[in-house]
Design a protein around this ligand. Sequence first.
Ligand SMILES: Cc1cc2nc3c(=O)[nH]c(=O)nc-3n(C[C@H](O)[C@H](O)[C@H](O)COP(=O)(O)O)c2cc1C
Length: 213
Amino acid sequence: MSTNPSEEKLFEVMYTTRAMRKLKPDEVPEDVLVKLIDAANRAASGSNAQGARWVIVRDAEQRSKIAAVNKVPVDAYYEDQLKNLPELPHQNREKRKRMFDAVKWQGDNLQHIPAIIFACYDFGAPVPEAMRGMGMMSVLPGVQNLLLAARAHGLGGTLTTLGLTDRDAIREILGLPESVEAYAIIPVGYPMGTFGPVTRLPAEETIHWDSWS
Ligand SMILES: Cc1cc2nc3c(=O)[nH]c(=O)nc-3n(C[C@H](O)[C@H](O)[C@H](O)COP(=O)(O)O)c2cc1C
């Protein structure tokens, strides 16, 4: 038992924040959405530039347009994965199938999910090709904070990227200026299922002390 109660809570949130794709259509209060973004913005950014920007889509028409663009790569990915479903050491075939079925469910139902959050970075000038990766690095720590904050509020979310395959279509729907790049789509809502512990490799299998060999 830890002597530090806040450590216990933090670890419980981290260890039970998993990809929640099946979400209810129930509205998420605006103040809660703002809290998620405020938590996201606590994260680190390169040079403390704080260039992360968030487009939160709640408008039904906008969500339908995004869902249509998102569905194309999701369906292709689903079909492709199911053709040859490999068994991974940490995830058997049955569990993998369940995961891909949830990806497909989200692709079919994105328009009903109450808040679709786009994690973006504003470079302040037309996005320099060589710097695109840097923007991503400065946005992703915030995305993880957002997911943890969502979990703390009983909300589910998932970091998704497939929907950005047609970059131009998404840019047009969101009206992104030339200086802004979108890196992740995070559908957020109240989960249909229950939170449970995430299954991950044991730390010992992933650590190399002092050098690789
Ligand atoms: C870089 C990256 C891209 C991802 N893209 C997608 C995606 O396009 N669609 C999706 O449903 N999940 C996506 N995920 C979520 C992963 O599938 C998920 O984190 C992983 O399967 C672990 O799930 P779990 O937390 O439920 O165990 C992505 C995650 C990362 C880190």
